[in-house]
Each structure stands twice: as structure tokens, then as C-alpha cells.
Design a protein around this ligand. Structure first.
Ligand code: KMH
Ligand code: ZN
Length: 272
């Protein structure tokens, strides 16, 4: 299963001029990424000036256009950008997505701190349970696997996941294949998972995830260069390469329908 993250909150057009800003641009990139092999889209939105925002109306527009034009599973970010409050971040659930991210602990994030105290985690879990939105547990440090499992025990969320190991954020868990092996070992039996290698850890983590039987996430949120010194033409170029590697590894990319089936989302919100 391949996830595309075409927007993010930190990447700018100075980093990569192909970064989509408007819901229209995000949906157009979503179409290209579906063609390239993505099954799931991790959505952030931007204000007209390109600043990250959790504005519910913009999320509704973006998710609506993606649904009109693709079969992709829609997963909104509740991480937003560092410094945003719980109340700002939770607004994205107003778009009625199939899925949303739920980060499982506070973590250094470059020179900043990405705040996810236990109270936020419980409130995000409750908000998702209330709205019937399926969480993906975002793991920025290995100890967060245990946090996710504890959260499931407290709230009734399903510990089968999926989980996404986000590796290579400066200040957080490095993009080291050995750490991914250890993270996967700590998951509950049979849990679903994917991995994201930020920046230069993209290829080592992608190859490790393919070898270990997991999914892969990539896109301009996490990776702005296709190779050393050569900016990616867009998220779709990164997805094309992951799909090729997956095919060569004997694990061809899942379609959105197959991914929905595997995640137990079949027939959920796509028809809404
Ligand atoms: N932008 C990061 C601070 C998520 O989307 O859930 C948080 C993030 C995680 O991107
Ligand atoms: Zn994100």
C-alpha cells in the first residue's frame, strides 16, 4: 500500500516549486499520484498565501475534489503544523474523511516541539471515534508504539492500526533501517503499518519497508529531491519510483479498493 503526502506543513515552494497549494492543485496532484500507484492520500491544506492551516472549509474542498476525481482513501492530518493548538488541529475532521492521523507522543521537530501530550491523544481518539474516522497512528519515536497500544486500551480504538513510522525528522527518530526493524517488532501481532523516510532516508527506509512487508509513504511533505541535487518534478514522480520498486520486489502496489479492503474501510465513506 502506497500513501502519498503531497503537501505537508513545512515544505515551501522555495524547497520545491511543484508544491500544490489550492484544493484544485492538490486534487490534480492526487489524480497523478493515483495513476502512479498510490492508494491513500495524506492531506494537509494551505491558505491562499501558502501558509499551513487546519481550516475546515479548505479541508472540505480539498477532500471533496479528491473524492470527485479519484478513488484514493482520504486521510486528513490532525498534526497540522508545530505550534497549532488541539482546537485548531481537530478542525480537519470536519471534512468527514475516511481516515486521520493521530500522533502518539510529543517529539522534538527541528528547532521546535511537536506537542502531543496524553490529553491531546485521548481527545483526538475520542473525536475520531465519535465521527467514525479511522486513525493512523503516527510513530516519530520507538516509545510511541507503546503509547499507541496504551491509547487503544484506554479508548477502545483498534490496536491493529495502521501505524506509520515517520523517520528522519531532525530531532526525532533517525531514518535507520535497524530502528524500523525494531519498531515493527514492537507492533501488536498482525498490525498493519507503513514507513516514511524523510529527506535522505527516503530510499533506505522505502527499501527496508518493502523487504519487511510494510507499506510506504512519500511525497513532497517528506521528500523534495528525487536524487542528490535534483528536485522531484512532483509527488507523482516519487510515487512512480516506489511503485516500480514494489513491483520489482514482488509486492505490487495495492489499488485503493484493495487497500480499503485490507484496512476494513470498504464501503465506508467513499460513497458519501
Ligand atoms: N507537520 C508536522 C508537525 C501529521 O500530519 O499528522 C506534523 C505532521 C503529522 O505532519
Ligand atoms: Zn502530515
Amino acid at each position: 500500500m502506497i500513501t502519498v503526502c503531497p503537501v505537508g506543513a513545512e515544505t515551501t515552494r522555495e524547497h520545491n516549486p511543484s508544491l500544490p497549494h489550492t484544493p484544485e492543485e492538490i486534487a490534480a496532484e492526487a489524480e497523478r499520484c493515483e495513476q502512479a500507484g498510490a492508494a491513500l492520500i495524506h492531506v494537509h491544506v494551505r491558505a491562499p498565501d501558502g501558509a499551513p492551516t487546519q481550516d475546515a472549509a479548505l479541508f472540505k474542498q480539498a477532500v471533496g475534489l479528491i473524492r470527485e476525481r479519484t478513488e484514493l482513501i482520504t486521510q486528513v492530518s490532525t498534526g497540522g503544523a508545530v505550534g497549532m493548538s488541539f482546537e485548531q488541529r481537530v478542525q480537519s475532521l470536519g471534512a468527514e474523511p475516511e481516515m486521520a492521523t493521530l500522533t502518539c507522543g510529543t517529539v522534538n521537530f527541528g528547532d521546535d516541539v511537536f506537542q502531543n501530550p496524553p490529553d491531546y491523544m485521548r481527545r483526538f481518539a475520542e473525536a475520531m471515534l465519535e465521527r467514525g474516522v479511522h486513525p493512523e497512528f503516527e510513530i516519530f519515536e520507538l516509545g510511541q508504539v507503546a503509547n499507541a497500544i496504551a491509547l487503544c486500551e484506554q479508548t477502545g480504538l483498534d490496536p491493529a492500526g495502521p501505524y506509520d513510522f515517520v523517520m528522519g525528522v531532525p530531532g526525532a527518530m533517525p531514518g535507520d533501517p535497524a530502528l524500523l526493524c525494531e519498531g515493527v517488532r514492537r507492533l501488536p501481532e498482525g498490525a498493519r503499518w507503513s514507513a516514511t523516510g524523510v529527506g535522505r532516508s527516503h530510499l533506505p527506509i522505502t527499501l527496508t519497508a518493502l523487504a519487511l512487508g510494510g507499506g510506504v509513504r512519500t511525497g513532497l511533505e517528506d521528500v523534495v529531491y528525487y536524487s542528490k541535487g535534483r528536485p522531484a518534478k512532483g509527488s507523482s514522480e516519487l510515487i512512480e519510483r516506489v511503485a516500480r520498486l514494489a513491483e520489482d520486489a514482488g509486492r505490487p502496489a495495492a489499488t485503493p479498493g484493495q487497500a480499503r479492503e485490507a484496512l476494513g474501510l470498504a464501503g465506508a465513506r467513499q460513497a458519501a
